[in-house]
Design a protein around this ligand. Structure first.
Ligand code: SF4
Length: 455
């Protein structure tokens, strides 16, 4: 009998990937995904710890689910199982059961492959009150990938493929090394087995994922080490992927070998997300970023030399402890110099357990807001200019989903811009859905482009 599964995903692409894998493993248990938690047999919160007050937001969601469960119980329906997974679960562990006894299972990012057995154990109990309190926050990554690789994958045109997880960089503001564990690269054979499986299922665009994806250094059975650059070249050679992307990269690991790939592997898309966080060496050092501003700019120069049209994206944190006006202006200078196609920017917020959270030179919140507004104005201007520049060009677009309006098909340009086309009736939608099509860009907005079919 089909059971119903609801998963709420918070945060980054890695969590989106993890959610997809949870859906895969639970499909084998007879679970089908639904869009709301009300009728779900299993509710999973796949949490993220990267933003301020992340745990508090999870607890308020749990509060709402508690009310929903109570209503179901009063209506005589079977009680749903409530699970909290992801990075908040890893960080909080059993504390979640203490603060929210309504939660049945707590599991971390490295143990969700055991979701079927945890769910079966919870499901066996006669009543919700008898359920065992399950906490599984082991950090043994390799076991997870070995278990997941055996499962079939859903047929889609774009897919994420995790090749690396965790991080050893220990930026002073970041929780990832504590919640995802140390850096781990999957073996070459495991990655290739998953890649071939995705390709055979019809995937045209694959995004290789990792917290520090360009630090990938998986080994093959002979013990030879594979860099990300070599892996991309091999994928381009032996699979039919039309597009290969990778994210997120660290400036320190942006090797000449990887830069060269952008120049001579056509499948490697001309888009690079390369976070720098700040434009002042003093702040970059305090963040423990393992690179200098000059080294970052040199990488940008080198990559533009091999691929002049590359679209650059970045992450910025404003108001890091100790950031002066001059430091912030150095960030603005860097942004003007690089000229981004898009970027993500945030005010610094303390994340419990990280070194910078305890520093006493925190920047006042109104200063952070003013700086963020100034930075975002410039980044928005750059993004708009990049999009405007696409008007009149013909770009290949992979039409992979319907838009907000039923007659719209939406896809991505090589530069990661969202492109939509009005297909009118259903016949055209059917003809073009899931296809990589040349489109003429006829107008641009701040966040998307409008295209029409060529010819
Ligand atoms: S490189 Fe820094 S910001 Fe990125 S995951 Fe590692 S510690 Fe976090």
């Amino acid at each position: 009998m089909t059971k119903k599964l609801f998963i709420k995903t918070y945060g980054c692409q890695m969590n989106v990937y993890d959610t997809e894998r949870m859906v895969d493993v639970m499909a084998h248990e007879g679970y089908q995904v639904i869009d709301t938690p009300d009728e779900a047999d299993l509710v999973v919160l796949n949490t993220c710890h990267i933003r301020e007050k992340a745990a508090e937001k999870v607890y308020s969601d749990i509060g709402r689910l508690r009310v929903m469960k109570e209503k179901r119980r009063k209506a005589g329906a079977k009680d749903s199982i409530l699970a909290v997974g992801g990075c908040v679960a890893q960080a909080e562990g059993a504390e979640i059961h203490r603060r929210a006894p309504v939660v049945d299972m707590v599991f971390g990012p490295q143990t969700y492959h055991r979701l079927p057995e945890m769910t079966r154990a919870a499901d066996k109990s006669k009543s919700a009150g008898d359920r065992p309190r399950i906490v599984d926050t082991d950090l043994a990554v390799s076991e997870k990938f070995a278990a997941l690789s055996k499962k079939a994958v859903a047929a889609k045109k774009t897919a994420f493929l995790t090749v690396q997880e965790g991080c050893d960089k220990f930026c002073t503001y970041c929780v990832v090394p504590y919640t995802r564990g140390g850096e781990f690269s999957r073996s070459f054979e495991d990655v290739m087995a998953d890649a071939v499986k995705l390709n055979e299922a019809g995937v045209l665009e694959v995004t290789l994922l990792g917290q520090n994806v360009n630090a990938y250094h998986g080994h093959d059975v002979s013990g030879t080490e594979w860099s990300l650059a070599r892996l991309i070249r091999h994928l381009a050679e032996v699979t039919d992927f039309k597009r290969i992307r990778y994210t997120t990269s660290h400036p320190h690991d942006m090797t000449d070998e990887l830069i060269a790939v952008h120049g001579d592997v056509a499948e490697c898309m001309p888009y690079l997300h390369l976070p720098v966080q700040a434009g002042s060496d003093r702040i970059v050092k305090a963040m423990n970023r393992h690179h200098t501003v000059a080294a970052y700019l040199k990488t940008i120069e080198d990559i533009r030399a091999v691929r002049s049209d590359i679209a650059l994206s970045g992450d910025f944190i404003v108001g890091f402890p100790g950031e002066t006006d001059a430091d912030f202006q150095a960030t603005m200078d860097l942004v003007r110099q690089v000229n981004y196609a898009q970027a993500y920017s945030f005010m610094y917020s303390e994340r419990p357990g990280t070194p910078a959270a305890g520093w006493d030179d925190q920047v006042e919140s109104h200063v952070k807001s003013e700086r963020l507004a100034e930075l975002q104005e410039e980044l928005n201007r750059q993004q708009r200019a990049f999009n405007d520049n696409s008007v009149g060009q013909t770009l290949p677009v992979l039409l992979e989903r319907t838009g907000k309006e039923a007659s719209h098909l939406v896809g991505r340009s090589p530069y990661m811009q969202a492109v939509y086309v009005d297909v009118g009736d259903g016949a055209l939608a059917e003809q073009y859905f899931g296809k990589l099509v040349d489109m003429k860009i006829i107008s641009a907005g701040p966040r998307s482009l409008k295209g029409e079919f060529v010819g």
